[in-house]
Design a protein around this ligand. Structure first.
Ligand SMILES: [Zn+2]
Ligand SMILES: [Zn+2]
Length: 341
């Protein structure tokens, strides 16, 4: 079955950080980190509805300006998530420019900014191009996007959660979960003497919205014999009519030290992850240097992947000193995971 999300590195050569996650067939995408976004086609960037910034070191946030320049006058809404102080930092970025004509742009733009504090407290603000991007603090997050605990986004097709890891500063590590896919079991449907119709959408919507099992649904269809109507309970129809295929979990983990506390945090967040994007900045021969820079070596990234039980790993954020030697980094990750090559 096709996956709901299609992730790929912003930099296919894996030196610059950043992940773009396309939502298939929906013409929308999520971005993780705002680094060298010039590498992405404008049509991809214009699909971005939500961007998540792990931390505001330049290589993860300098691309904000590129995205904004492209989005002005074209993109009506952009939602940004970041860590402590993020609302202030976006405000500072926006205040660095003069917005005397932006209110005349044909497509107005609202930037909604959310910051997650280390203590779990959240801050929200919106910046509207019709008001020259002046900051307007919001007491609450928008509905469906201000869950509790580590939940940032709860979309009908996916969710995004975040936990902090330490990089001599707090950095967000992300878990992106596809929701289970609902497939109509046409053979069983026919065996029950039912025909397809718009009622299947109603059923799927009710399942996705976690409606109670005793919710009554009307099954309606029309054929040569005329119009058919039946009433059935959701709890009865669901197992008969739908097969539920579990979604994948994707992890995006970058900029962290190799510490037990970080590994423990990731183990709670990403155990059994299907596809793990994890920084692998240096070869393990340069472990001391990696420690000073608060980054992982490839062997340490592989060790983390092994301890999480990751099914597939994509290493990235290679130091530029390894240009031409990327395969050595990848091989070291796989060796530490215990994968035969
Ligand atoms: Zn970095
Ligand atoms: Zn960093």
């Amino acid at each position: 079955m096709r996956t709901i999300l299609d992730p790929h590195l912003v930099d296919p050569s894996a030196f610059e950080p950043g992940l773009v996650v396309d939502v298939r067939d929906e013409r929308r995408a999520l971005l993780f980190d705002l680094g060298e976004l010039e590498r992405l086609a404008p049509r991809i960037l214009l699909r971005v509805t939500h961007a998540f910034v792990s931390h505001t070191h330049m290589d993860h946030f300098a691309g904000f300006d590129h995205l904004l320049a492209l989005a002005l006058g074209r993109m009506p809404r952009l939602v940004l998530w970041g860590g402590p102080g993020f609302v202030d930092q976006v405000e500072h970025k926006l205040r660095a420019y003069t917005w005397n004509v932006v209110h005349r742009y044909e497509v107005p733009m609202v930037i909604e900014v959310h910051a997650l504090g280390v203590d779990g407290a959240r801050r929200h603000a919106r910046f509207d191009s019709r008001r020259r991007f002046e900051r307007a603090d919001e007491p609450r997050g928008p509905s469906g996007e201000a869950g509790d605990g580590d939940l940032l986004i709860d979309d009908p097709l996916f969710s995004v959660r975040a936990r902090f890891v330490d990089h001599e500063m707090s950095v967000l590590a992300f878990a992106i979960d596809e929701k289970p896919q609902l497939r109509v079991a046409s053979d069983r449907l026919a065996a029950m003497g039912l025909a397809t119709g718009a009622w299947l959408h109603t059923l799927k919507d009710a399942v996705r919205a976690a409606a109670p099992a005793d919710t009554m649904l009307e099954i309606r269809w029309r054929d040569r014999a005329g119009e058919h109507r039946l009433q059935r309970r959701l709890g009865e129809l669901r197992p008969l009519v739908l097969d539920e295929v579990p979604g994948r979990r994707i992890g995006y983990v970058t900029d962290l030290r190799f510490t037990e506390a970080n590994i423990e945090q990731l183990a709670q967040h990403l155990r059994g992850v299907d596809l793990l994007y994890i920084e692998s900045v240096f070869l393990d021969a340069e472990r001391e240097h990696a420690l000073r820079k608060n980054h992982l070596t490839a062997a340490q990234a592989g060790e983390i992947a092994r301890r999480l039980g990751a099914k597939r790993v994509v290493p990235f954020h290679f130091s530029p000193r390894y240009r031409g030697r990327e395969e050595a980094l990848r091989a070291e990750v796989l060796a530490a995971m215990g994968v035969q090559q």
